[in-house]
Ligand binder design. Structure first.
Ligand code: ATP
Length: 370
C-alpha cells in the first residue's frame, strides 16, 4: 500500500523571473498524495504563477519538479514536460466551458481525446455527472447553465480522466457569496469521495482555512509559512501570517519587563497587561511592541463590573451588526482598535458610546516587536 503522507509532487528551488522581477522566488514544496493543499496570499504574491508552473503553462528559470518521482521540470538541465503530458486536471476562474458542446460532450472530451471506447466513455461521464450533481443535464448546452453548474461541469471535465492532481485557480471567484459557500462544501465532499490530490490557489483565507489539509501562505514570491489551518491560525510565525489569517485585536505599547510566565507591557495611554512574548521575539525592556489577541479569547463585560486582573477599559466607538456578532471599533486609551463583540440574543448588548471592560487571559496575549 502507498503511504498517503509520501510526497506526490515535489518542487525544489523553483524560481520564475519576469525580466529581473522574481514572481516566484526559490519555492520548495512537498505535496502529499490525496491532500487538499492551498496556496494562499494577497494579489501579486506569485500563487497563480506557481500553479501555472506546476501545470506546465510557465517555464521556471531555476529549480526542479517531480510528480510520482518522475521529473517534470529540471531547469538546470533543460527538462520540461509539456502541460498535456502531465496528467493534471485544471479549473480556472473563468468557466472555460465551450459554448458549442453539450454537458455530456464537454465532460467526454478529455476521454475522446485519449481514444477511450464509446461505451466506457458513456459510463465514466455518467458517473462523473452523478458525482457533481448534474445528472439529467447531459444534453443541456453550456451557456444554458448557471455559473455554479458551469463550474461543476468544469470540475467533472477536469476529474473524468482521473488526473494525478487537480489544479484549481480561484475557481469560485465569479460566483456569488451563497453559491461560493455551497460550492466550497461540494468541493470538499467531492475531493474526499474521489481522493484526488488538490492544489487550490486562493486569496480568500476562509476558503483556504475551511478546505485545506495544509496551506502555504505566500508573500512576495516566497512561502512565508506552511502548516495546517489550525497551526497557522494559532501559531503564526510572522506578522504577515498573523494578519492574513483570521482577525486579531491589536494594541500598541512598550515592553516593561519580563514576568515569571511571560512579559508585562504598558499600553499607550491604556494601562498594563501581561502576555507571552512571540517565539524568538528579540525585545529589550522599553522596546516598542504590538500586543495581539484573537477576538474569541477576549472576555468582554460592563465597565462597572468587578475589576479583573489583566483587564482594561474601552469605549465602543462604532458597532456594525454582522449577524452572529458585532464588528466594532473600540477606543482604548488613545488607540482605535478593531475587534468583534458577541451578540446578546434579541438585543444589542452594547451601544455606541458605552464603556466596557476587556479582560485578556495572559496566555492568549502575544507580544510582538513593532
Ligand atoms: P492574483 O491573485 O492577483 O492573480 P497572484 O498571487 O496569483 O495574484 P501572479 O499572477 O502569480 O500573482 O503574479 C505574480 C507577480 O508576477 C505579479 O506581480 C505579476 O504582476 C507578475 N506577473 C505575472 N505574470 C506576468 C507576466 N506574464 N509578465 C510579467 N509579469 C508577470
Amino acid at each position: 500500500m502507498q503511504d498517503i503522507r509520501e510526497p506526490l509532487l515535489t518542487l525544489r528551488g523553483v524560481t520564475k523571473l519576469y525580466d529581473r522581477f522574481r514572481a516566484v522566488d526559490d519555492i520548495s514544496l512537498d505535496i502529499r498524495r490525496g491532500e487538499f493543499f492551498s496556496l494562499l496570499g494577497p494579489s501579486g504574491c506569485g500563487k497563480s504563477t506557481t500553479l501555472r508552473i506546476i501545470a506546465g503553462l510557465e517555464q521556471p528559470e531555476h529549480g526542479d519538479i517531480t510528480l510520482n518521482k518522475v521529473t517534470l521540470v529540471n531547469a538546470e538541465s533543460g527538462v520540461f514536460l509539456p502541460s498535456q503530458k502531465r496528467n493534471m486536471g485544471m479549473v480556472f476562474q473563468s468557466y472555460a466551458i465551450w459554448p458549442h458542446l453539450s454537458v455530456f460532450d464537454t465532460v467526454a472530451y478529455p476521454l475522446a481525446v485519449r481514444k477511450m471506447p464509446k461505451d466506457q466513455i458513456n459510463t465514466k461521464v455518467r458517473e462523473m455527472l452523478h458525482l457533481v450533481g448534474l445528472e439529467g443535464y447531459e444534453n443541456r448546452m453550456a451557456p444554458m447553465l448557471s455559473g455554479g453548474q458551469q463550474q461543476r461541469v468544469a470540475l467533472a471535465r477536469a476529474l473524468v480522466y482521473e488526473p494525478h492532481v487537480l489544479l484549481l485557480d480561484e475557481p469560485f471567484s465569479n460566483l456569488d457569496v451563497k453559491l461560493r459557500e455551497q460550492m466550497r462544501i461540494e468541493l470538499k465532499l467531492l475531493q474526499r469521495r474521489v481522493g484526488v490530490t488538490v492544489i487550490l490557489v486562493t486569496h480568500d483565507q476562509l476558503e483556504a482555512l475551511s478546505l485545506s489539509d495544509r496551506i502555504a501562505v505566500m508573500n512576495a514570491g516566497h512561502v512565508e509559512q506552511l502548516g495546517s489551518p489550525a497551526d497557522l491560525y494559532e501559531n503564526p510565525r510572522t506578522a504577515f501570517v498573523r494578519d492574513f489569517i483570521g482577525a486579531s485585536l491589536q494594541l500598541r505599547g512598550k515592553l516593561l519587563g519580563r514576568a515569571p510566565e511571560g512579559a508585562t507591557i504598558e499600553l499607550d495611554g491604556a494601562g498594563r497587561l501581561e502576555g507571552r512574548l512571540h517565539d524568538g521575539a528579540a525585545l529589550r525592556d522599553g522596546g516598542e511592541i504590538t500586543a495581539t489577541i484573537r477576538p474569541e479569547s477576549l472576555i468582554v463585560g460592563p465597565a462597572d463590573g468587578a475589576a479583573q486582573p489583566n483587564s482594561i477599559e474601552a469605549t465602543v466607538q462604532a458597532l456594525l451588526f454582522v449577524g452572529d456578532k458585532y464588528e466594532c471599533v473600540l477606543k482604548v486609551g488613545g488607540q482605535d482598535v478593531r475587534s468583534f463583540l458577541p451578540r446578546a440574543r434579541g438585543r444589542a448588548a452594547y451601544e455606541e458610546g458605552s464603556r466596557i471592560r476587556l479582560t485578556f487571559p495572559a496566555s492568549e496575549v502575544t507580544i510582538w516587536p513593532r
